[in-house]
Design a protein around this ligand. Structure first.
Ligand SMILES: [Zn+2]
Length: 349
């Protein structure tokens, strides 16, 4: 199922929304940078004038979003409905998981042979747990996954203990996961979270002191991404750039060990991957360094270039429509030349 732009718009209009301060620094100084998302929803994206955090405001309440995850989310993105696809080594998700597996192993530094405990929060089909399990035969593996069909698939295809349930309420898993973890992986989850610092603190409570957190999120201002609007949609309520991810981790009591923000890794597509270590001495409230006016202007210049460019392209819809029609006609002409039945093939489009 894929919704039309009109259906997206009406879905958004029915949702109850709230106006919020910046979830990194609590400031109300916000500048609007976009008033629609990639699906045509009139979502408002803002940048915080004090810390540079980019987020949706107003945003649907968390209750609305949890209902949305239960009913509409997986169907929203075509191709995200079949967990088996992730186990194909040629797929983007597999390549990404392989890369993150190797990145995680590098930061374990010789702990491979030990009996370590790993939790993948938002484990989807379980492909990352599967790959980690192959490299770390002595490891105990755990996963949390909200979509039942994906959780079931992960259960069948890994030796991990998989919990079905929302990643928004991590406290529920404290009792079943009674001992602390040595590693937590958080791959494309944090951008869905309403209060990322709070969520990272909760994740810190699952980790031993010195435990490793590997987190990957989209980098909304990645230098090679000329269409950041593609990363703007209703479930990405928190958008990160390297400086705001670093700040969120530091505020939550983590020490950043490594930042991979580079252009290309197989299947990564303008994301960034950080490795961080839980450090109990850093835990608790920490003074937050605000951006200077010059630092804010530098970020805002990139925002203007990247977003304005794309909005203008979007407004050029009639030309785009013509192009699609033209390529369809060309394809039809090709089929006629080959003697295929164009009506028959149309039905499978
Ligand atoms: Zn802020």
């Amino acid at each position: 199922m894929k919704l039309t732009r009109e259906e997206h718009r009406s879905l958004y209009e029915q949702m109850q929304k709230e106006d919020v301060p910046c979830s990194l620094c609590d400031s109300r100084q916000q500048v609007e940078i976009l008033d629609l998302d990639k699906n045509g929803m009139p979502l408002r994206t803002v940048i915080c004038g004090r810390c540079g955090f980019i987020f949706t405001n107003p945003r649907p309440t968390e209750k609305e979003m949890l209902a949305f995850y239960r009913t509409t989310y997986r169907g929203f993105y075509t191709g995200a409905s079949d967990p088996a696809k992730d186990y194909n080594p040629d797929s983007r998700v597999y390549k990404r998981a392989k890369w993150i597996c190797d990145f995680t192993l590098r930061h374990l530094r010789g702990r491979q042979a030990e009996d370590i405990r790993i939790l993948d929060v938002g484990c989807a089909s379980g492909i990352l747990l599967n790959l980690l399990g192959q490299s770390l035969p002595a490891a105990e593996l755990y996963g949390i996954e909200p979509t039942d069909s994906f959780a079931a698939y992960a259960r069948e295809n890994t030796r991990a203990k998989i919990f079905s349930g929302q990643c928004h309420a991590l406290n529920h898993y404290k009792t079943p996961l009674n001992r602390r973890m040595d590693v937590v992986t958080l791959v494309h989850v944090l951008e869905h979270m309403y209060n990322p610092v709070q969520k990272l603190r909760e994740i810190g409570e699952f980790l031993t002191d010195g435990g490793l957190l590997v987190v990957e999120v989209p980098n909304i201002l990645h230098r090679d991404c000329d269409a950041p609007i593609k990363k703007v949609h209703i479930d990405h309520v928190s958008q990160f750039i390297p400086s705001t991810l670093r700040r969120a981790l530091t505020q939550a009591g983590f020490e950043v060990l490594d930042e991979f923000t580079d252009t290309y890794a197989p299947g990564k597509r303008h994301a960034m991957t950080f490795a961080a270590r839980k450090n109990v001495r850093l835990s608790g409230e920490r003074p937050f360094p605000f951006l200077t006016a010059n630092e804010f202007e530098a970020i805002y210049d990139v925002v203007k270039k990247k977003f304005v460019l794309r909005v203008n392209k979007t407004k050029d819809a009639p030309a785009k429509k013509k192009l699609t029609l033209w390529s369809r006609l060309k394809r039809k002409a090709g089929q006629l030349r080959k003697g295929a039945n164009p009506e028959h093939s149309r039905s499978s489009e």
